[in-house]
Write a protein that binds this ligand. Structure first.
Ligand code: HEC
Length: 144
């Protein structure tokens, strides 16, 4: 079967596209996208997660792609801030803690008991940057 010039272009183009798809498929298969953020759940952070919802924090913040961007994303905030910082911030938030400027202002958390505030802080602290794949020690420590 003899192909004409125009047909060769179609066949060649298809071959290029198919091989590109195969190569990128192999690359994706071998190297899955890195998990950047994790949620290290425990009993207190689970209570805190419910409080996060009932307090309406998700009306301004995004976690794992859920929520709007009226405030900074909270993915990995537990790696960026320690519990003391988070607790103090929730009681007394102030603008200018993140790189971007936001039009809405975060209000202080009120009406929670001390234990509830602790749980909310535990929830935020459980939102970690994923340990890099080669640091197995850190991974097992965080789960232990
Ligand atoms: C009205 C919108 C709004 C609501 C509701 C809100 N926040 Fe915020 N939050 C913000 C904004 C805006 C900032 C960033 C302040 C700045 O830097 O200007 C912020 C900052 C933060 C930070 C610091 C983030 C960092 O990068 O260090 C934490 C933690 C946080 N909020 C947690 C919460 C929690 C928990 C709740 C629920 C109790 C909540 N927020 C409710 C708007 C909101």
């Amino acid at each position: 079967m003899a192909l004409r010039a125009g047909e060769w272009i179609v066949v060649g183009g298809a071959a290029v596209i198919i091989s590109f798809a195969i190569v990128s498929g192999i690359i994706i298969y071998i190297k899955p996208p890195p998990v950047e953020y994790v949620y290290l759940e425990d009993e207190k952070s689970m209570v805190g997660e419910l409080l996060y919802r009932s307090q309406g924090c998700g009306a301004c913040h995004e976690i794992f792609g859920n929520g709007p961007s009226f405030g900074p994303k909270l993915d990995g905030v537990g790696s960026k801030r320690n519990k003391e910082w988070l607790r103090a911030y929730l009681l007394n938030p102030r603008p200018g803690v993140s790189e971007k400027k936001y039009r809405l202002k975060m209000q202080p958390v009120t009406g929670l008991t001390d234990a509830e505030l602790d749980s909310l802080v535990d929830y935020l602290a459980a939102l970690k940057k994923a340990p890099s794949a080669d640091s197995k020690v850190a991974t097992s420590k965080q789960h232990g």
